[in-house]
Design a protein around this ligand. Sequence first.
Ligand code: ZN
Length: 136
Amino acid sequence: MDRTDIHIERITQKLKLRRQQILEFLKRLDDEVQELDTDSAQDIADRSVLSMSKESLFDRTSQQRIVLRMVEGALGRISDGSFGVCANCGDDIAPQRLEALPWTPYCLRCQENLEDEGRYPLIGTSFTDDSFTRGG
Ligand SMILES: [Zn+2]
């Protein structure tokens, strides 16, 4: 790959940092779930609250796991040289998109198509550190 328009080193750092953050987040959630389990000898009302908070924990966890997989995929693409190329159509992904969402495997157009078909994991904007530039 020869793309001088993207800062691979900075993006690699960003991805590694994100992976670290997610792993710590997941570990913290695991601990929380275990605490919920130990406290579970409560009355029924409390238990339904518990199962609700467990569900929301699970949602948060599964979202983070999706991002983690994408981050690891991106790191893999950096090492095999295919980073920055859309996994769907093969076009270059816009550099500002890669800066904002370095783990994305798709160009904006393909992501939007996949979202329309419900095949792209819808993850909240809270996962982007920067304002996401829709210029791709
Ligand atoms: Zn594409």
